[in-house]
Design a protein around this ligand. Structure first.
Ligand SMILES: NC(=O)c1ccc[n+]([C@@H]2O[C@H](COP(=O)([O-])OP(=O)(O)OC[C@H]3O[C@@H](n4cnc5c(N)ncnc54)[C@H](OP(=O)(O)O)[C@@H]3O)[C@@H](O)[C@H]2O)c1
Length: 238
């Protein structure tokens, strides 16, 4: 996002612990948002354990929004996840909803962009669901993943637009079973692990029975297809 906005001539500061800014402790936060017209929050928590992740998103959102109010920021853009309100049996999604609620009640004009899973995230999902012997059990529930580059393009566009003061959805162009999307990534990368379709398998602790990760009818659909992204991201195997 910072690269895209910088290319368009905007002055952008990328702030995170690696550059000395910590939204949990507040270190460097006031200086980072001072003079900013727009703040884009794409933070993620280091631990997804139920209690830790809720604490992370509540603390960072509170600290960031407080600093923004003080600095007179005119637009808060945040990245959230499609289906956040549907998966409240998950600590991660409770954390994301808590983040959204803090933004909505902050008084700062905002745009909440809910994205589907990034292609870049599918390998981590494979690792998380791998059981002994290299077998990966995944549910066939539908997902509509997208390229992180497309997420950044859409976020940059919303950043430069008028605050929606609501929630918008963005998603990739194709619908896959979760099992199928992961299988495509593994086969393109020469990964020998076997994907087993199991409708009872959990998605990060969430039962997907009768549920999907796909967006609603008004989502903005991006252009990069999974096969095209795999071709660009990985050398041919074999
Ligand atoms: N990944 C997906 O498939 C996906 C899909 C939809 C929505 N999202 C949402 O997109 C957001 C980003 O996810 P991601 O997968 O891109 O995360 P990520 O790659 O793990 O990046 C997390 C970022 O948060 C920063 N960060 C961590 N702790 C921080 C702190 N205490 N203060 C300030 N910054 C901190 C990290 O900074 P450093 O670089 O300094 O470590 C890093 O830049 C999340 O809110 C997530 O819910 C992700």
């Amino acid at each position: 996002v910072a690269r895209l906005l910088g290319q368009l001539g905007h002055e952008v500061i990328a702030a995170s612990p690696k550059t000395g800014v910590d939204a949990v402790t507040g270190e460097g936060l006031e200086q980072a948002v001072s003079g900013a017209g727009v703040v884009v929050d794409v933070m993620n928590a280091p631990s997804w354990e139920d209690h830790a992740v809720v604490k992370f998103f509540e603390t960072t959102s509170h600290n960031l929004l407080t600093a923004e109010a003080k600095a007179g920021v005119q637009h808060h853009v945040a990245l959230s996840v499609v289906g956040t309100d549907r998966f409240q049996d998950s600590g991660y999604f409770r954390a994301k909803l808590a983040q959204e609620k803090l933004i909505e009640s902050s008084g700062i004009p905002f745009t909440i962009v809910r994205a589907t899973q990034f292609f870049e995230f599918l390998h981590a999902l494979a690792d998380f669901n791998t059981v002994d012997g290299g077998e990966i059990r995944l549910p066939p529930a539908k997902m509509q993943p997208m390229a992180a580059e497309d997420v950044a393009t859409e976020l940059a566009d919303f950043t430069l637009g008028t605050p929606v003061s609501g929630i918008v959805e963005i998603a990739g162009p194709e619908v896959f079973g979760i099992d199928e999307a992961v299988w495509q990534v593994l086969s393109a990368t020469g990964d020998q692990r076997r994907v087993v379709t199991d409708s009872k398998a959990l998605y990060y602790g969430i039962s997907m029975s009768g549920r999907t990760l796909t967006p609603g009818a008004n989502a903005r659909i991006t252009s990069t297809r999974l096969a095209e992204w795999l071709k660009l991201s990985y050398q041919p195997v074999g």
